[in-house]
Every structure is written in C-alpha cells, then in structure tokens.
Design a protein around this ligand. Structure first.
Ligand SMILES: Cc1ncc(COP(=O)(O)O)c(C=O)c1O
Length: 437
C-alpha cells in the first residue's frame, strides 16, 4: 500500500499539531497516522485511495456504519435551524424519552458531548446523592481521560501495581493532579471477595462503584458468572450506587446495553458512542431520585454544547433506527460478529496459531495468548498476552486492507455484510500464514 499523501499531510499536521493528531489514541497508527477521505457502510478510504474493511468504526460510535442514511437525513433536516439555541428543543425531549424507553435503569437522563464528561456527571451525582466521598474503580477499565477517574488503567510494571487486595494508586498521565485520586479506591475486576472485604472496611464512605459491564477497553474480558449480580448486592447492602459505564456497551450488546444483556440494573449509567451514531453526544441516565440532584441548586451539571440540535437529531434518528422492528438492525451486527468470531477461531485452529477471540459478537478482542496460560479474567491475568504478536498481526491486517484497533479490539457494525466477513477471514488467513512462515 502506498501512503504518500497521508505522509505529506502528516508532516504538515506535525508543524501545527503536537504529534499530528488530536487524540493520543490515534498516535498508534501505521505507517503514520493516516488521513481519510471518506467512509461508506463498513468501509473507509484513505487519502491515497486505499480501501479498508473497518473494524475501528470510530472506536465505537459507528454502530450503524459510517453513513447511516436516516441519521444523515435527520441531521441535514435540522442544519438550517441553527445549531445551539442555548435553550430547549423538542428533539432533546424525544431523545431522552427514547433512552428512558430502551435502557433499563434510565428513568431520567441528561446530555453531554463526550463520554468523559458524562462519567464526571455520574460520579458527581453519586457523591452528591450519597454525601460520601469515595469511588471504587477497577484496574484496566477506562472511563475517560479526566484527572478524577483516569487512574490504574494500564499499569504494566508488576511492582508499581502493588498487591491485588490493595493496588497502588497510579495516575494514567503525567500532569494529572496527584490529589485527584485521593478518594479513589482501586481493585482488580471480577473478584467479588475483594469488593466485599473493601466494603466491610469502607462501605459507609463509598458513594459509587463504577465499571464497564464488560471490560471492553482492556482485552475484552467478560464478567464472571454472578459477578455483576454480586456487585449489585454489595452496593445495596452498603447504600453504594452502582454505575455502569456503557459508553461502548450501550445499545451494542443489546438495545438496553450491557445492563439488559447481563440482566443487572445499575443505579446510573453512562451512554455515548453508539448513542448518536457518530454525533458528539453522551448521556448520564438512571434513577430519578438520584438524577434529581441536578435540580437541587447545589449540584452542577453544565455544558454549552449539551443537547445541541444536530446531535439531538442524530440521537433520535439513531435510536429510532435501532429500536425499529424489535432491534432488527442490531441483530445484523450480532450475526456478522458471530460469523467473524467463529471464523477467526477456526482459522486459529487451522493455522495452529495461539490466537484467542474473547468478548461478544458486536465487540470482541483478538489476541495472542500462550496455550497453557491461566484464564484471563482481569487486567493482571491478561498480561500473559503476547502484545508484540498482537501488534504484528494488526500491522499485517492493515497492510492487507483490514483495519482493527491497535489494541486488538474489533467493533462490528450493522453495516458489515456477509461478503465483508468472508473477505476479512480470507485476509486473516493470509496474514496468519505469512506471520507463521
Ligand atoms: C468505557 C468508556 N468510558 C468513557 C470513555 C470516554 O469517552 P470519550 O472519549 O467520549 O470522552 C470511553 C472512550 O473510549 C470508554 O470506552
């Protein structure tokens, strides 16, 4: 593949933009961070005319494909009316009604623009409601990049991790306020006994527990049977609010998100990505009594662009599209994802490659794991992964026109066709044979 135009644009970008990109996640690209001309369905074209079957899908928002026509038309129809009225529109009422209809915990909702902001809102609501300062989060879960929550995401150094029952607090970024983690508690995920012990010691100081219902952001790890139910029980016993960060899982694992898929209802949840089919929109949603803290005059929730008109038009159209015909659209993503997961596993066997596929059809992880490795259930146990082999596989796929995330997470959309799946598996076979050779 030739990337001359991307390389030239990258050089130009680097003169005016640190690293030539506007999110650090995009630095990890090959051969340079690429520039894209357009998308259509599940395909992307870069500025050099190279075509990719895309499994990055915007890192999640493009659940309905890159160009969902009803969403595009709905946004277009609103564009001549002005973008930010700094007042209310009927669209935002409809968008909130749809969330409350689809998402089990959602009795009320407030909009923001990014997942990070909505996580901030959820945590703030929990602290305001309970009057307690502490929040429990888990190693390897990602909840956005703001100081108060971006701790212990990817601590690879064993000594820096500390013991599992009391992980050492580790900020995810230089420049983070070192005091911003003072009220965070951290534990490995999927170990209920550790949560029970922690709650026995600190339960009355804990406002909330936050986790992704499936650990999408690190190795695609599913909750162990009974774990989410156990978290729910612990929270109830100690008056702690359970927050599901459904930025990725929302509307993807099922119409009602991970909470519907796993059958465990949190007190609050955070929605983004698929919510607006690519428009910049997020939401905190949940129990009405908790959400009402935002009207007590003391608890602030704000944002100039919250519920802006194009985002609301996109959200209403996306949710209408998803809920039509009992979720027929979403079933397409599940079917394509199932075929891919099965096909990848078969190819791993055929080529005798230690390739492991973990997760659920619309979002799964592909990684290289030694055959005799113990089960991967949390961040620490995932470190047996051969991350170098993962990167070689990712590069080999990319050179052949299949684009997945650099960390090995695959996002499947409703626009991935049977033909896309077939072509992808052919390319995977070729990549595996070459790497093996
Ligand atoms: C589970 C989860 N929470 C929060 C965020 C932060 O969302 P945003 O990047 O929109 O701020 C992300 C982003 O990938 C995420 O995956």
């Amino acid at each position: 593949m030739i990337h001359d135009r991307s390389k030239a644009l990258y050089e130009r970008a680097c003169r005016v933009t640190p690293g030539g990109v506007h999110s650090n996640v995009r630095l990890a690209a090959t051969p340079v961070p690429l520039f894209y001309e357009r998308g259509e369905g599940a395909h992307l074209w870069d500025v050099d005319g190279n075509e990719y079957i895309d499994y990055v899908m915007g890192q999640g928002p493009m659940l309905l494909g890159h160009t969902p026509r009803p969403v595009i038309e709905a946004v277009r129809a609103e564009l001549d009316k002005g973008f930010v009225p700094a007042g209310q529109t009927e669209l935002e009422v409809r968008a909130a009604e749809l969330i409350c209809e689809l998402v089990p915990c959602a009795e009320m909702t407030r909009f923001n623009c990014t997942g990070s902001e909505a996580v901030m809102a959820a945590v703030r609501a929990a602290r305001a409601y309970t009057g307690r300062p502490k929040v429990l989060r888990f190693e390897g879960h990602y909840h956005g990049w703001h100081d108060g929550i971006a701790w212990n995401y990817s601590v690879l150094d064993k000594e820096a991790q500390g013991p599992p029952e009391a992980p050492l607090p580790q900020a995810s970024s230089a420049g983070q306020d070192p005091a911003s983690g003072d009220h965070l508690l951290v534990l490995p995920w999927n170990d209920l006994a550790l949560v029970e012990d922690l709650f026995a010691a600190h339960g009355s100081e804990i406002a909330a527990v936050i986790c992704e219902p499936m650990m999408c952001n690190w190795c695609g790890i599913l909750p162990l049977p009974g774990y989410l139910e156990g978290l729910r029980r612990c929270c109830d016993r100690h008056g702690v609010l359970l927050i599901f960060d459904e930025v990725i899982t929302g509307f993807r694992l099922s119409l009602g998100g991970g909470q519907e898929y796993f059958g465990v209802t949190p007190d609050l949840c955070v929605l983004a990505k698929a919510l607006g089919a690519g428009m910049a929109v997020s939401a905190v949603a949940g129990r009405a009594d908790v959400m009402r803290v935002f009207v007590d005059g003391k608890t602030v929730h704000a944002g100039t662009y919250n519920a802006n008109r194009p985002a609301m038009a996109g959200t209403v159209a996306a949710l209408e599209m998803l809920r039509a015909d009992g979720g027929a659209e979403l079933r397409k993503a599940h079917a394509a994802g199932t075929a891919l997961m099965e096909g990848l596993r078969a190819l791993a066997e055929e080529t005798a490659t230690p390739l492991v596929v973990r997760g659920l059809p619309p979002v799964f992880q592909v990684s290289f794991v030694p055959e005799d490795a113990p089960p991967i259930v949390d961040f620490r146990s995932s470190l047996v992964t051969d991350f170098e082999a993962d990167r070689r596989f990712w590069r080999a796929l990319h050179e052949r026109g299949v684009r997945c995330t650099a960390r090995g997470l695959w996002f499947v959309s409703t626009a991935h066709s049977a033909e896309d799946v077939e072509k992808t598996l052919e390319i995977v076979r070729d990549a595996l044979m070459t790497l093996r050779g």
